[in-house]
Design a protein around this ligand. Structure first.
Ligand code: NAI
Length: 554
């Protein structure tokens, strides 16, 4: 226990508070007698009561508020409760319910958590950072609230996302809760509902854009570099026009990554590599088709290309195996509307002269599937139902185990339902989805469907970075994370199992991923070399466990 902290001050410190679990001796030593009911409880007993209270809540937002309040009151109890009910509560503290928490942020606000870095105070950012609750920080998650999940601009309410996400860094990665810091960059909001809400807690101003915006980001990054030079800075839910430039600008300057870009690509690569192992056709021999050529699709294509090159293909050979279709049809060199990121995947126009076109004159998804032997089909198009029965059946005619990932969110935008995919392929498809799907009953089997959720990657990457004291987060480290995740695909061992592990196993898998991330960091020269055993020991030591110590939680 920290010396000097006693009585109510101690009970008000969420990281040290044990509530009714303070022993009689502790109560005597720390001036707690009388402040607590006389019964001394174990953590297990506290969990029973907390779960009872949780169960009494009547809707998801109330459950979210309850858990957030518990987090602000007693973090060990909060994480133990979450840990014991991980499948049930992860969607409440994080997606999808956190979206409601962000929309209602100004109405459900209770206690401060994290930092508000507001544009009008831009010349005092170092001072704001120095006011942080705990001096030592391992991971920051920062958002500017502009592109929160699927609900757009939430202004300062976006802070709900870094808070929720850091809970998962702790729950799964084991990053110490007192060493995490959620931050919102309050650069205004263009959301008219927020602006006209009298309760809105952010800066009432339209969003800062253009050079002043990037100057502000620069001021923020410089302050982080000065105040917390060894901290991992994760960018979250920035608008597309800001996300990539910020990542490109800073990825070689500090320990940083963008989970929307790199985490999404890594988890999808992990699911695909797991499926590829089941299909027994190596990635480098697969033809891959994307439907959708937006930021998510290009990010995933970049990682698949990287992985194929790591597996021995030339850059050119890897590109030729990736077929991307968007609103205007197949990406090819005859098109003049492609941006630089998309041009990389343009198929040579002279190679596709015999490809049929749809009624609109474009080479559509059905045309591509008809002409090539596609083994992998990925949907990142936002077009619900785009993977139609004829397209899926055509694909499944040519490959034994078609790998199909309808990744668009929410469920009504999913390119196909898991059930249809399983049915249309006579139970042969290997499916992972963006939205959650219940297990599919087919031919007397119950087939589990994995959800491509970044939670498989970012907490483990955070753990690996912290444990190995890496100085950068490289794409190679994320590829290593994806490959390790794939090795733990339950579908490799059991034909009815999902492509990704169940949430209850993710903490254990995170340790393995963290070791692989640390090893890759060492190999790339961005972390000091150690033996594998030493690294594994460091990972174990870093992973915080929610239990009361003799000396308190810290
Ligand atoms: P975006 O808007 O940048 O890209 C959409 C792409 O789909 C564009 O290339 C567009 O041309 C194409 N498209 C739209 N309508 C089409 C049509 N009728 N025919 C052919 N192509 C069409 O969106 P972004 O950010 O790339 O996200 C796409 C989807 O992926 C979203 O639903 C998002 O929720 C989901 N997503 C899922 C993730 C996951 O499962 N982990 C992670 C990231 C995104």
């Amino acid at each position: 226990m920290r010396p000097g902290i006693r009585g109510m001050d101690l009970l008000n410190m969420q990281i040290l508070n044990k509530g009714t679990a303070f022993s009689s001796e502790e109560r005597s030593a720390l001036a707690l007698h009388g402040l607590l009911p006389p019964q001394v409880e174990t953590l297990d007993e506290q969990v029973v009561r907390a779960y009872e209270a949780y169960k009494r809540k009547t809707d998801d937002l109330e459950r979210h508020i309850y858990l957030r309040a518990l987090q602000d009151n007693n973090e060990v109890l909060f994480y133990r409760l979450l840990f014991d009910h991980i499948e049930e509560m992860t969607p409440i503290v994080y997606t999808p319910v956190v979206a409601l928490g962000c929309q209602q942020f100004s109405h459900i606000y209770r206690r401060p958590r994290g930092l508000f870095v507001s544009y009008p105070l831009r010349d005092s950012i170092p001072l704001l950072l120095r006011n942080r609750p705990n001096a030592e920080v391992d991971v920051i998650v920062v958002t500017d609230g502009e592109r929160i999940l699927g609900i757009g601009d939430q202004g300062v309410g976006g802070l709900g996302i870094p808070i929720g996400k850091l809970s998962l860094y702790t729950l799964i990665g084991g990053i110490h809760p007192a060493r995490t810091l959620p931050i919102v960059l309050d650069v205004g909001t263009n959301n008219p509902e927020r602006l006209k809400d009298p309760q809105y807690l952010g800066w009432r101003h339209e969003r800062i854009t253009g050079q002043p915006y990037f100057d502000f980001i620069e001021q923020f990054v410089n302050a982080v570099k000065r105040e917390m030079p060894n901290t991992c800075l994760q960018w979250e839910d920035f608008a597309r026009d800001h996300a990539r430039p910020i990542l490109d600008r800073y990825c070689n300057e500090l320990l940083t990554f963008n989970d929307d870009i790199q985490g999404t690509a890594a988890v999808t690569l992990g699911a695909i590599l797991g499926a590829v192992k089941v299909s027994r056709i190596p990635l480098k021999d697969q033809q891959i088709v994307f439907f959708g050529a937006g930021s998510a699709a290009i990010g995933v294509a970049d990682y698949l290309r990287r992985a194929m090159v790591s597996d021995g293909l030339s850059e050119q050979e890897a590109r030729r195996r990736i077929w991307i279709v968007d609103r205007m049809g197949l990406l090819h060199t005859g098109r003049t509307d492609l941006d630089d990121d998309q041009k990389i995947y343009a198929q040579a126009a002279e190679q596709i002269t015999d490809f049929p076109c749809g009624a609109d004159g474009h080479i559509g998804l059905a045309n591509v599937i008809q002409k090539i032997k596609a083994g992998i089909l990925i949907g990142l198009s936002t077009v619900g139902g785009a993977f139609s029965e004829p397209i899926v059946r055509d694909m499944a005619r040519k490959v034994e185990r078609p790998i199909i990932l309808p990744l668009s969110n929410p469920t009504d935008r999913s390119e196909a339902t898991a059930e249809d995919l399983i049915r249309w392929t006579d139970g042969r498809a290997l499916v992972a989805s963006g939205s959650p799907f219940a297990p599919v009953e087919y031919g007397g089997r119950q087939i589990a469907i994995a959800q491509c959720n970044n939670v498989y990657i970012f907490p483990a990457v955070g753990l690996g970075v912290v444990a190995s004291r890496a100085r950068r987060v490289t794409d190679g480290m994320l590829e290593a994370a994806a490959r390790t995740l794939a090795q733990h695909s339950p579908a490799i061992k059991h034909s009815n199992a999902a492509l990704l592990p169940p949430l209850r196993d993710v903490r254990a898998v995170a340790r393995k991923i963290a070791i692989a991330v640390g090893q890759e960091a060492q190999r790339a020269g961005v972390a000091s070399k150690t033996g594998e055993e030493q690294l594994a020991e460091q990972v174990n030591r870093t992973q915080w466990v929610p239990q009361y110590g003799a000396h308190g939680a810290l």
